[in-house]
Design a protein. Sequence first.
Length: 90
Amino acid sequence: MIFGASILTIIGIAIASGQLAGASDVAQTASATEMVTVQAGDSLWSLATKAVLTGDPRDTVQRIRELNGIEGSVIAIGDRLVVPVDPSAR
């Protein structure tokens, strides 16, 4: 009886820990965004380097693709794109 209760307690703690860890992962991956209109000369790379001042721009290019459903690297003048921004740099 005590053994069964102990097992249930351990399982409950493991589940709660997993849920809390998942919640913190979501908070860490959430980011601020802004809408930009593509201008002449813009590329995913140039938008990425303007949007996030630290880190590898390739990560930001990939994030822009994900946020906007872009499969390749082609964008056009006048496209409105959701771009991640570094809130501490604003």
